[in-house]
Design a protein around this ligand. Structure first.
Ligand SMILES: [Mg+2]
Length: 372
């Protein structure tokens, strides 16, 4: 089987009003991502999604389409989609970074290989090590107090037992928001925070200590991208486990985090890590060094969510029972682009044992939602 064609579609879908995200990275109200259709010489079609956000990885929908169409795709035509290491190596030699673009192509390769063999991706990855129904946390934006209280109440009603609150802005506002959410959700649910690089060391330590009575289960990326010493300093000064997210794309970043003992956990997902194979490699490396991983999110649609869930089911060190991850992206959006959406009910995301990624893209819908 060989790759015969790679097509790209720039697609735009708004976020539903009550789920619009506010974080240290700004507002996320509309998603513009690239959907990839990869066709083999045997006529098998696979799908990929580049869940790009310029402020997250520097990738935009326009740049991603160009890099796939003009740089990556021409080098991949005629290659075996099952040779994941070669696909990665060709893409890495062609251009640096562009994690989400590379990931979209790579996940489409897993999709076609799974479909060709009649097996779900999690089986190709070694088989399911947990249930196909995975419990997630909800990630709440950095809302004002009134909205945060109201939203926290709704999430309790919907059955969430882990809630993540975005922080990383003005310290006093952040502390007040987290305390308000703790008040609403009661003492028994898990509460975590994510600063998306928004604090410096002293602010992070001050806020986390102020929140001692809110009993944080986890503090995600308190300090800036690239500053391993800062993360390590915060970890040494506070009690809750520290998770690296926005600063860990490559295996080399994970190695540096481990070498410096800068974090307790790493947040991963195929898009950020540049693909399913690379994500697996990183998660297994972390596991060998006693660093847990959980699944993070960039508000994916069904295709990239399927890639996340397939990995989640297959990798023991994605410790989602203890540290619930987030695979709820599709329900943040006003529309779905597949004919068989992933089953998402409250906090529970359930995938099937259908071949490949297990989803069928509605290409007519993709065309309708396409932008130029
Ligand atoms: Mg994060």
């Amino acid at each position: 089987m060989k790759i015969a064609r790679i097509e790209t579609f720039m697609v735009e879908i708004p976020i539903v009003a009550e789920k619009r995200m506010i974080s240290a990275l700004g507002k996320h109200e509309v998603s513009r991502y690239v959907v990839v259709r990869l066709t083999t010489d045997t006529g098998v079609e696979g799908a990929g999604e580049a869940t790009v956000m310029p402020r997250w990885s520097g990738e935009s929908v326009w740049g991603t389409k160009a890099v796939i169409d003009h740089v990556l795709a021409p080098l991949l035509i005629g290659r075996d989609p099952e040779n994941f290491a070669e696909i990665d190596s060709v893409m890495d030699r062609a251009c640096a970074h562009n994690w989400f673009a590379k990931s979209a192509i790579e996940m489409a390769c897993w999709d076609v290989v799974g479909k060709e063999r009649g097996r779900p991706v999690y089986e190709l990855l070694g088989g399911a090590c947990r249930s196909l129904a995975v419990r997630c946390r909800f990630s709440m934006g950095a809302y004002d107090l009134e909205r945060a209280r109201r939203r926290a109440g709704e999430l309790v009603e919907e059955g969430f037992d882990t809630i993540k609150v975005k922080v990383g802005g003005l310290p006093a506002d952040d502390v007040a928001r987290v305390r308000a959410v703790r008040e609403v959700i009661g003492p028994d649910r898990q509460l975590t925070i994510d600063a998306n690089c928004g604090w410096n060391v002293s602010t992070a330590i001050w806020c986390i200590r102020e929140l001692e009575e809110s009993r944080l289960a986890l503090v995600e990326q308190p300090t800036p991208d690239g500053d391993y010493s800062a993360l390590k300093a915060v970890r040494a000064a506070v009690t809750p486990p520290i998770m690296a997210d926005d600063m860990c794309f490559d295996l080399i970043h994970a190695k540096e985090l481990v070498r410096r003992k800068a974090c307790d956990l790493i947040s991963v997902y195929p898009g950020k890590q540049g693909g399913i194979r690379k994500c697996k490699e990183l998660v297994e490396y972390a596991g060998r060094h006693h660093v847990a991983c959980s699944i993070g999110s960039n508000l994916e649609w069904d295709i990239a969510t399927a890639a996340m869930a397939q990995l989640c089911v297959a990798l023991p060190n994605l410790q989602v029972e203890r540290y619930p991850g987030d695979m709820l992206g599709p329900v943040y959006h006003e529309q779905r682009i597949v004919t068989n959406p992933i089953d998402i009910r409250g906090p529970v995301v359930t995938i099937t044992d259908r071949p490949g990624l297990g989803i069928d893209v509605d290409w007519a819908q993709v065309q309708r939602l396409s932008i130029r």
